[in-house]
Design a protein around this ligand. Structure first.
Ligand code: 6R9
Length: 649
């Protein structure tokens, strides 16, 4: 039996106490397809509505009129749903366990404390002039204040836009301008792996860029006390502002379709897009998926290792868990610091029951051998989860055996920034597991596979993954550019949401995501458009042209392989490679660091001038025998030249 065919059946003890077993999943899934209105009207009751919705679903994927609305006449407040309604029953229960970068640093924040901090900041934001509908940019470390800031925005109806703290000043500036953001909330520095990252300096640099004058204030959390520059009139210390605020703040009544947040993500073309998520549908979906996929039981300690800068942090560190009254662990550091045993040690220290992490982190640990987990027992774990990229069966089995002591089901959760919440995933009491497969769709999700013309393929087959009908967590638009939203997701295949992923379906109806079919790279679970990296490179004087492709990388999943054609008269050198590497890191951020740079006197192009990336991908992957048809190239000899000088790894 090959690794791919191995099945881990549902554990009986798990199914017996789970929120859903096989029969219940089947029944609920059927109902969600046959009667979406009835199903979602019922599920929406899990939230506290100010005015309960009577109109449930109003959605169209028709590219002439993409219009997605859920619960459109209902009103509610997301922060009240994550905080206020828990106070009576669990005010003194921990909401957030914070584990600092330094293993000696940790603290617990109760629901009442989180409520009070959120209200104080919400009042503070009002004092700074922020009001309903304004966009607030968060550029923050993984500290409880990041969750407080998200919830405080939600409380007053401001829209948050979290920018990952690893992004460069330019990337931050682009997002501040794109969202017309009046306020940035940041910290003096963040701390990761024992090193300081100068967040405030980065904000200062970002706010010198054209267009950023829209940003009037910078609110600064003191994290390290490190040296920073200060601009009077613009910069405000977080603590000074919140200390003088009352600990109560009324929650703004929001329509279900009012925006809750924007989150930027990369696509195959152009600048990153700000996906717009709204309030009622998003929160219903984040909360329901968190309960069922992680089989969350009251009092359990749940840990998602993502950063709040990504959608996983939004839905499964903050909104889903807090809406469910869960105990959510937030980790400031990295899994390799101070040692590679850290993740297991955190599990033991806080008696973590659910560990939700990324394949790249698992593969990095696996590379150190089984002993890497010897410093911990991990006997509190009940469930494991994976997200961000396809998990190879070897990494799945290692995760299962070494981290989970062969005791815990693994939920391999497929979803996207655009989907708001988990779409295809096991429910741990209901699905037999196959390592490497995200298994079956969540309630209300109708996946299909289509060929390149959009014809639906039935049965066991492989194709492009589309979703045929709307679900409440879906992004509603791209901020300020609805046409681009329609163009990107609904025009490739008429009447369908196109995910950008390739996928196989097996004879049991299980889905196996094979990776992106567009020009989006997935490096260590981080999405990046090849176009973004290329445009950064060609902005350098030495670069005439650049083409970026992904190649298989043992730990990162995909690595970044760059072909560079130099400007006439510029000599290739190792020093120049270093310079270009630094250039891209500075421009986009360290996550976009090139793994390989190859000098390319010419790039393979069609006669109409299109770069044939298919060929560049094959060369980067060292699959030079299967290049396919190169006869349409303007100059086929460039291919031989590239193969001859391919950079061996
Ligand atoms: C949640 C998140 C989305 C892209 C997606 C796909 C890949 C995510 C996956 C997975 C295989 C999984 N992806 N989860 N591929 N199996 N379990 O990661 O959102 O950053 O927008 O990335 O990530 O390619 O299209 P996002």
């Amino acid at each position: 039996m090959t690794e791919q065919q191995k099945v881990h059946p549902v554990r009986d003890d798990f199914a017996a106490n789970a929120h859903a077993d096989k029969a219940k999943y089947q029944a609920m899934y059927q109902q969600s397809l046959e009667d979406p209105e009835g199903f979602w009207a019922e599920q929406a009751k899990r939230l506290d509505w100010i005015k309960a919705p009577t109109k449930i679903k109003h959605t169209s994927f028709d590219s002439h009129n993409v219009d997605i609305r859920w619960f459109e006449d209902g009103t509610l407040n997301a922060s009240a749903n994550c905080l206020d309604r828990h106070l009576a029953t669990r005010g003194d229960q921990t909401a957030i366990i914070w584990e600092g970068d330094d293993p000696a640093d940790s603290r617990h924040v109760t629901y009442r404390e989180l409520y009070e901090h959120t209200c104080q900041l919400a009042n503070g934001l009002k004092e700074l002039g922020v009001s309903k509908g304004d966009v607030v940019t968060l550029y923050m470390p993984m500290i409880p204040e990041a969750a407080v800031a998200m919830l405080a925005c939600a409380r007053i109806g401001a829209v948050h836009s979290v920018v990952f703290g690893g992004f460069s000043p330019d990337a931050l500036a682009q997002r501040v301008v794109g969202a017309d953001s009046k306020l940035v909330i940041t910290a003096d520095e963040s701390v990761r792996g024992g090193k300081q990252v100068p967040l405030k300096d980065n904000v200062d640099a970002a706010l010198t860029r054209p267009g950023t004058e829209v940003c009037e204030k910078v609110l600064v959390v003191k994290r390290t006390g490190g040296e920073i520059d200060w601009q009077d009139g613009r910069d405000v210390w977080y603590q000074d502002l919140v200390d003088r605020q009352p600990t109560d703040c009324p929650a703004e009544e929001m329509n279900a379709e009012d925006p809750l947040f924007i989150l930027y993500t990369s696509g195959s073309t152009g600048a990153p897009k700000g996906l717009k998520h709204t309030t009622g549908g998003y929160l219903t979906y984040a909360s329901l998926t968190h309960q069922y996929v992680f089989d969350y039981q009251d009092g359990e300690v749940y840990w998602c290792t993502a950063d709040v800068g990504w959608v996983t942090g939004h839905s499964y560190i903050v909104y889903g868990p807090l809406a469910n009254g869960a105990i959510t662990l937030m980790f400031e550091g990295v899994p390799s610091y101070p040692t590679h045993g850290r993740m297991g040690e955190i599990v033991d220290k806080h008696r973590v029951n659910t560990l939700y992490t990324a394949p790249t982190a698992i593969r990095a640990l696996m590379a150190h051998g089984d002993d890497v987990m010897a410093s911990s027992r991990r006997d509190s774990l009940r469930l494991l989860g994976s997200v961000g990229e396809p998990i190879n069966p070897e990494a799945w089995e290692w995760f299962y055996r070494v981290i989970g002591n062969s005791q815990c089901p693994i939920v391999d959760t497929w979803w996207q920034t655009e989907t708001g919440g988990i779409m295809i995933s096991p429910l741990p009491g209901a699905m037999d597991l196959k390592p490497g497969s995200a298994t079956l769709p969540f309630f209300g999700v109708v996946p299909a596979l289509v060929d390149s013309e959009g014809n639906e393929l039935k049965g066991a087959t492989e194709g492009n993954l589309v979703i045929l009908d709307s679900w409440p967590g879906q992004a509603r638009s791209i901020w300020g550019d609805h046409d681009r939203f329609v163009q990107t997701y609904f025009s490739t295949y008429q009447g369908m949401y196109f995910t950008g992923d390739g996928c196989r379906r097996d004879e049991d109806g299980y889905y196996w995501i094979t990776g992106r079919v567009d020009d989006v790279l997935n490096v260590s679970g981080h999405r990046m458009g090849t176009a973004e990296i290329e445009s950064s490179l060609v902005a350098h004087d030495a670069v005439a042209e650049a083409a970026v492709v992904g190649f298989p990388h043992d730990i990162k999943g995909q690595g970044i392989y760059i072909y560079v054609t130099l400007t006439d008269g510029v000599e290739p050198s190792d020093a120049l490679k270093k310079e270009l590497t630094q250039w891209v890191r500075k421009d986009i951020g360290p996550i976009a660091s090139p793994d390989v740079i190859q000098w390319a006197p010419g790039l393979p192009k069609t006669r109409s001038g299109k770069i044939m990336r298919r060929i560049l991908r094959k060369i980067a992957a060292n699959e030079c025998d299967g290049l396919g048809d190169t006869s349409t190239l303007a100059d086929p000899s460039v291919v031989d030249e590239l193969i001859e000088h391919r950079v061996n790894r």
